[in-house]
Design a protein around this ligand. Structure first.
Ligand code: GLU
Length: 293
C-alpha cells in the first residue's frame, strides 16, 4: 500500500476522474479532479485516489431514495450524493450504494461500512454525539398519513388511542413516544413495512417526514386504497449528510460543496428532477458549520 506521502507525489500528476459518461441529467456530471487538490491524508484525497466511495441511502423512499429495477437507487438524496462523489472525481460507476434504514445509519458510519450517509437524515444533538453532519441541504417536517377516507385524524392531538406506525431509530418515532404517549406506537425497520398494515387497517396512521409520506401518497394515488397526508408538519427535520464524527475536514469540504451547488443551480436541478416532480420548490437552506466539542 502507498503511504499518503508517496501517494501525493504520484497523485499530484494524476488525473483521476473519468469524463462524464451516460449522464443525461447534468446534475451528476463528473468533472476532472486533480488528486493533489485535496489535503494530504484527507478523506477527500483517499476517496479521490481510490476512485470509489460507499454511500448509505434509503432504498424504499420514493422521491429521496428508491431502488430502481437496475438496482441503483434514485431520488433527491441520491442526486446530492452523486454530486458530492462527482466533486471527488468519482462517477456513478465508482459509487457503492448501501441500503441504510433509520436505525443503522450511525453504526454504519462509526464502523466504516459507509463513507457517508445521505438518507433523509435529521441533524440533531443526540446524533451529533456519535457522528457529524454536513448540511442541512433540505428541511422537512414530521407529518401524519392515513387512508384517504379517514376523517378521524387531523393532527397529532388526535393520536390518543390510535395505532401509529413508524420506524425504529427515527426522530418521528421518538417524538411520538415522548410527546404523544397515549398513541399506540408500532415500530418497524423501514417505512414501507408500515404501508400494508395501513392499507389493511392494522394501523390507523403512519408518521414520518412529510416528504417521505408524500412519496407514498403519490404512489398510492392510482390504487384501490389511496393514502393522504393530514394536517400540518409539526416538527422541523433538517436533513444532513452524516460522516465520521472526528472528520471535520470532510464535513467542511461537503459544506463547501453544498454552498456551491445552492449557488450554481445544481441543487435546484437535482430537486426538480426528483422530489420536485411532486413537492414544491424549497427555500435554499443555510449550512450550519457548528463546532464539535
Ligand atoms: N428524518 C427523520 C430521521 O432522520 C425521519 C426519516 C428517517 O427515518 O429517515 O429520523
Amino acid at each position: 500500500m502507498l503511504t499518503p506521502t508517496k501517494w501525493t507525489a504520484l497523485g499530484a500528476a494524476a488525473v483521476l476522474a473519468l469524463a462524464a459518461c451516460g449522464s443525461d441529467d447534468g446534475a451528476a456530471e463528473v468533472e476532472e479532479v486533480e488528486a493533489g487538490e485535496f489535503p494530504e491524508g484527507s478523506t477527500m484525497a483517499e476517496l479521490a485516489e481510490a476512485g470509489e466511495i460507499t454511500i448509505g441511502t434509503k432504498f424504499d423512499q420514493p422521491l429521496f431514495g428508491l431502488q430502481a429495477p437496475s438496482g441503483a437507487p434514485e431520488g433527491f438524496d441520491v442526486e446530492i450524493a452523486k454530486i458530492i462523489a462527482g466533486e471527488l472525481g468519482i462517477d456513478e460507476g465508482g459509487i457503492e450504494w448501501v441500503e441504510t434504514v433509520s436505525a443503522n445509519r450511525e453504526p454504519f458510519i462509526v464502523d466504516g461500512t459507509v463513507d457517508m450517509v445521505v438518507a433523509t437524515y435529521t441533524i440533531n444533538d443526540e446524533r451529533k454525539e456519535v457522528i457529524s453532519f454536513a448540511g442541512p441541504y433540505y428541511i422537512a417536517g414530521q407529518s401524519l398519513m392515513t387512508l384517504a377516507d379517514n376523517d378521524e385524524i387531523e393532527g397529532p392531538e388526535d393520536l390518543a388511542g390510535m395505532s401509529v406506525c413508524s420506524v425504529e431509530g427515527s426522530t418521528p418515532a421518538a417524538n411520538i413516544a415522548e410527546n404523544y404517549p397515549d398513541a399506540e406506537l408500532s415500530l418497524f425497520a423501514a417505512y414501507t413495512d408500515c404501508l400494508e398494515p395501513l392499507r389493511n387497517g392494522q394501523v390507523d396512521v403512519v408518521t414520518t417526514d412529510n416528504v417521505i409520506l408524500a412519496g407514498y401518497v403519490a404512489e398510492s394515488e392510482d390504487t384501490d386504497v389511496p393514502f393522504k397526508i393530514v394536517g400540518e408538519q409539526f416538527t422541523d427535520e433538517p436533513y444532513g449528510i452524516g460522516v465520521a464524527r472526528e472528520d471535520d475536514e470532510f464535513r467542511n469540504w461537503i459544506n463547501d460543496v453544498l454552498e456551491e451547488i445552492f449557488e450554481d443551480g445544481r441543487w435546484l436541478e437535482a430537486w426538480n428532477e426528483t422530489a420536485g416532480t411532486v413537492l414544491p420548490e424549497p427555500e435554499v437552506p443555510t449550512v450550519d458549520r457548528y463546532e464539535t466539542e
